[in-house]
Write a protein of this length. Sequence first.
Length: 489
Amino acid sequence: MRASPTILHLDMDAFYASAEQAAKPSLRGKPVVVGGLGPRGVVATASYEARRFGVHSAMPTAQARRLAPNAAYLVPRFTLYRTVSDQVMELLGRLSPLVEPLSLDEAFVDLEAGGTADDTASALEIGRELREAIRAVTGLTGSVGLAGSKMLAKIASEEAKPDGIRLIEPGTERAHLAPMTVRTLPGVGPATADHLRRAGMTTVDDLAEAGEAELVRLLGKAHGAALHRMASGFDDRPVVAERDAKSVSVEDTFDMDLHDRVRVRTEVERLADRCVQRLRGAGRSGRTVVLKVRRYDFSTLTRSETLRGPTDDPAVVREAAARLLEAVDTTGGVRLLGVGVTGLADYTQEDLFAQAAGAREAALPEDDASGPREDAEARAGTADDAPGAEEGTAEQRAARRWPAGHDVLHEVHGHGWVQGSGVGRVTVRFEEPGATAPGRVRTFRVDDPALRAADPLPLVPDPPDYSSWPASRPKSRSGAGAPGAASSP
């Protein structure tokens, strides 16, 4: 625990949805839901306007549509989100060498290690400057929490939402936590909370008053002791700059259960290719291949195979996943498939390539009956939309080719985004992030040669230069406007 509130927690506000509102002038101030749009889709993020209707993350999209039928439902654009995340993380890196990213839109920062804050006043000042910088560079808002520990800093940022800053003074942790529900503390999920409730403990104060011995009796030595310390306001976990990934994985949920064994194997191989692409993108290799199968009755099976050494060869991962599939009964139908690689390393075991070649030679001829493998990313789809660009109804294929919310470019009308598709048509709204008014809408045939997919445009075309921040205040590249003057979504 620190005597000064020099641990900062940043959490971007409704990140995916806010990015979509910033990119699409017609959606600003309106309910937006980002996630999988298929029958088994799940909400990734909902804008604050959509949350007023009861929509929230991890909710089935079908349920969200019932609650907010007039909201805009969009397929995630991770290329845009990663770009904005890189901008935010670059700003955080200017505050300290100790930045611990938790996700694309969330991170801890040790301000003391960076010499940018050492007391309450300086911590508040840098927190305010950070929020201004994020708004100026990305056009989005983030909430900042400051405290003497990671646990309290994260609680403070949650209390600051949306678009606020909250500081919890060191020494007030116990009193601040006392009335909160036990679910506030890290490591207390629904099952643990229910177990504590049956023992008469519903607030953090109840846990602190119960004493360590009682919590150890209820939850075990490690969990009980750690929970009592947190309930008493103690958290000495450091900000760790490098959070080493333990695994890389991808998965798809299918609109309809898969029964064809050949199709199931094809999807497993496609997922293996996507997994290796992520693995290589991270500059890693892995030794253990994991297959995940969720069957028609929601039972979930996992199988794994450990190789002789780490690899990033797609052929090796594909074939290991296929071997694992042979041991799984899929006759009743499959609703979800996933492929992952664990036991990550920074090098590759070269002799595994020979292993892959040997395995291919030993395979039965019918194993290659699927023909040439299509490019994994081109066929992948987004979120949980049914994969396979050439499968399904014409309307399903159009939805996969023109995902709602994704960017397009027309030879005449310029840049726009897909509002929807169906019955052989795709509807596009032509507008760009910097526009002050909604753009015009046009409808085209799905095979119109003048229309093609495009990359996302930057949310702020000409952001101010923060290369010297926080040592000095930034100046706009255009020579006009103050930092943070960009309008919010």
